[in-house]
Design a protein around this ligand. Structure first.
Ligand SMILES: *[C@@H]1O[C@H](CO)[C@@H](O)[C@H](O)[C@H]1NC(C)=O
Ligand SMILES: *[C@@H]1O[C@H](CO)[C@@H](O)[C@H](O)[C@H]1NC(C)=O
Length: 302
């Protein structure tokens, strides 16, 4: 007999314990900070812990950059989420296909006029992860040993912002070359936030295929690999660069002069021959001759 009485007491105590809360509306959520992936569904929970009012008024607002707008108002989805979301029991918002523009704060507000405490609200922050797109990478085609150079990698879509990793001949470069016995003498440094791969002094061994990967919690993307060649100090190149113009000028001048000279000589010789040739026949007649006469003379000679 004693045990059922105790149970009854406990039940009574338990219901008394709940009485104060049932006098007011109290909201709760499973997550105040929600991460969702873009193009995936997400539910923002607004659970009603206690309420006595039968038909409470439920509203949801979206607050972006401090500006509130309705997303659930007068029992229907409105604004940004129209046709993209649904209210689910008790007061959750279900977004069918989250987009990056849904990143914002959302406030669930419940008004229960028959309750003593007739209003409660709860703030939920939603962040939609966005996959990185293929980063733009710039790798110099050719650099000279001992000079400095920077390889760049950047994409702007990913959220949260991408972190960058570089690969040399398909092997990931550790952020600090000192951590790899093979790369200990390389002078590079990587900034994983900006995507820069800087060499203070390029070595022959730094030549090869480079590509970069942008990564965040939503995914990753990489640029196609590009070749970087490393040349020794190029004396001929420097010479050609500094003196190339002058050299080309002199070469051209010599060439033109030479061919001009040859041309003049050839022409002169030809004219002399012409003079010599008719001179063997009738020089005076040839010089003054009209065409018909010349032809006659020529055929005569032939
Ligand atoms: C979500 O929206 C995107 C772009 O509007 C669309 O390409 C994708 O198919 C949608 N996904 C689902 C599951 O509806
Ligand atoms: C790094 O440089 C040191 C000193 O010049 C040399 O002894 C060592 O072999 C080099 N290591 C590599 C991996 O090239």
């Amino acid at each position: 007999m004693a045990i059922p009485r105790l149970v009854a007491c406990l039940v009574l105590y338990a219901s008394f314990g709940h009485i104060p809360s049932s006098l007011g509306v109290i909201l709760r959520t499973t997550d105040k900070i929600v991460w969702a992936n873009e193009f995936e569904p997400i539910e923002l929970t607004c659970l009603i812990e206690s309420i006595s009012t039968n038909n409470p008024r439920i509203e949801w607002k979206k607050i972006k950059n401090g500006v509130p707008s309705y997303v659930y108002f007068l029992n229907r989805i409105a604004g940004d989420l129209e046709h993209r979301a649904q209210l689910r029991e008790p007061a959750n918002i279900m977004i069918f296909n989250a987009t990056r523009s849904d990143t914002a704060e959302y406030r669930c507000e419940v008004a229960a006029i028959d309750d003593q405490r007739d209003f409660d609200e709860i703030l939920i922050s939603l962040a939609v992860r966005v996959k990185p797109v293929v980063p733009r990478c710039s790798v110099p085609e050719a650099v000279t040993v001992g000079t400095s150079t920077e390889l760049r990698c950047l994409e702007n879509e990913g959220f949260p912002a991408s972190q960058y990793r570089w690969f040399h001949n398909s092997e990931e470069l550790p952020q600090d070359p000192k951590n790899s016995p093979k790369l200990v003498n390389s002078s590079y440094s990587i900034n994983p936030d900006t995507g820069g791969l800087k060499f203070r002094r390029v070595r022959k061994e730094d030549a090869g295929e480079y590509y970069c990967q942008a990564k965040n919690d939503a995914g990753h993307a990489q640029c196609p690999s590009q070749m970087m060649e490393v040349y020794d100090v190029d004396i001929l190149g420097i010479f050609l660069k500094s003196f190339g113009g002058v050299t080309v000028f002199f070469c051209l001048a010599a060439l033109i002069c030479h061919s001009f000279k040859r041309g003049c000589f050839y022409k002169k010789g030809h004219i002399e021959n012409n003079y010599n040739w008719p001179a063997q026949n009738d020089g005076v007649e040839y010089a003054d001759a009209d065409e018909g006469h010349f032809r006659h003379k020529s055929s005569f000679i032939i």
